[in-house]
Design a protein around this ligand. Structure first.
Ligand code: SAH
Length: 395
């Protein structure tokens, strides 16, 4: 097997990689013409300037994160066997925690597979590839997936906008079995509805699983407003747990229709209402009308998509906290979440605290959480713990 080309770091660069970090940035690399000419996604051996090996990775001269390391040894063979061992380890970690086979099976660097996300819904896997390196390795990965869990259906949802950063086109392809359409998602003991072929991301947000269960514990006999409800992740479980009345609002009719189907399937449609609305406008309207809810959930799409949007996004989170707190009843509960990678946790907590105070409310933080254990974080990349989910008890 031929040796991989060598990527050499500049003098004094690579401290994070030497300490076990999986990323090497383009400005850390000695970029000569030969390196620049490597095809995006090429396997490489990374080395420090004094030839200390950093391991095998894949390289993309077009990307800011130029090398993502896959193995600690140089010239590692990255093929079916590599993927099979990583997938088997990822599967073992999920099987230890979840009874149902519905979870995020692979969470990129957290599972040692940068650029790869796989959500598993029983015998259907929804795969997202976000880097040129993983794109090149897709066939080997699919072979290994067959070997390890043999899913009946596999869909490649390679239509995420972030692929453009790696020079990749966007497409959706059925790689195995039937095109993914409607399916049932098992979580927290109930069944939801999702459409992984057309829905947002992979069709389901597994990351809030534990936070949904926490809210459900509070729900009995209470009213609940679920802003940005998507397909009803928080709303349906709360209704099933005995909430008196649940209102979900979202801007997507596709998501709302799936939420309604899940309400019917769980026999709680009588307690649920799903409404198409813009969340800020609806919260302002409800506030003006003097309406309030015992529990308010606000789990919006990312407001800080790029680092340059931090200040504008921070103001939006603050405003959302104020509006949501304004419609939370006395002695009620408020959940505020941010899934923006670029919004640091301490900053988000500060914006939420200010927003709640500006609504004239006093609050105690009773849960400070994030994604569940099927979204593992590489310990050298704490910033990839993107989800912040805060629950407050209000006076
Ligand atoms: N809480 C959900 C996930 C929310 S994802 C769950 O538990 O599954 C964010 C949702 O916000 C998406 O469903 C999207 O359709 C919706 N959305 C985006 N912009 C919106 C807006 N301005 N007003 C209302 N909903 C919006």
């Amino acid at each position: 097997m031929p040796a991989h080309p060598v990527i050499r770091l500049k003098p004094r660069e690579g401290r994070r990689a030497l300490a076990g970090g999986p990323w090497i940035f383009s400005n850390e690399i000695a970029m000569d013409a030969a390196v620049k000419a490597l095809a995006p996604g090429s396997l490489v051996n990374a080395q420090t300037s004094d030839s200390r090996p950093l391991g095998t990775g894949y390289f993309n001269p077009k990307s800011l994160i130029a090398v993502r390391l896959l193995d600690t040894v140089p010239d590692a063979e990255i093929g079916d066997a590599f993927f099979a061992s990583h997938l088997a380890r990822a599967l073992g970690r999920r099987s230890a925690l979840f009874g149902e086979q519905h979870y995020r099976l692979v969470h990129a660097e957290g599972d040692g597979l940068p650029g790869l996300t796989i959500d598993r819904f029983g015998d259907t896997c929804v795969v997202q590839v976000t880097t040129a390196g993983m794109e090149v390795l897709t066939e080997a990965m699919l072979e290994a997936l067959d070997e390890v869990i043999s899913p009946a259906n596999v869909v490649l949802r390679n239509d995420t906008p972030s692929r453009a950063l790696e020079g990749l086109e966007q497409y959706v392809r059925t790689a195995r079995g039937e095109p993914a359409s409607r399916l049932s998602v098992a979580e927290n003991g109930i069944h939801y509805c999702a459409n992984p072929g057309a829905g947002q991301k992979t069709g389901w947000y597994f990351d809030q699983r534990d936070n949904r269960a926490f809210i459900a514990k509070l729900a009995k006999g209470r009213t609940l407003l679920d802003c940005y409800c998507h397909t009803g992740g928080f709303a349906i479980l709360a209704a099933k747990a005995g909430a008196a009345e649940v209102t979900g609002i979202d801007s997507s009719v596709l998501a709302l229709a799936l939420a309604e189907d899940a309400a019917n399937a769980n026999g709680i449609a009588g307690n649920c209402r799903f409404v198409k609305a813009e969340a800020f406008e609806e919260l302002e309207r409800l506030g003006r009308a003097g309406q309030s809810f015992d529990i308010v959930i606000a789990d919006p799409p990312p407001f800080v998509k790029a680092r340059k949007d931090l200040e504008a996004g921070a103001r939006a989170y603050r405003k959302l906290a104020r509006l949501a707190a304004s419609v939370t009843a006395a002695n009620g509960y408020l959940l505020l979440a941010s899934c923006s990678h670029n919004m640091p946790r301490d900053r988000f907590e500060m914006e939420c605290a200010i927003g709640i105070a500006r609504a004239g409310r006093r609050a105690a933080l009773i849960r400070d959480a994030g994604a569940g254990p099927d979204h593992p974080v590489h310990p050298m990349l704490p910033e990839t713990a993107y989800l912040k989910t805060l629950v407050y008890a209000l006076d």
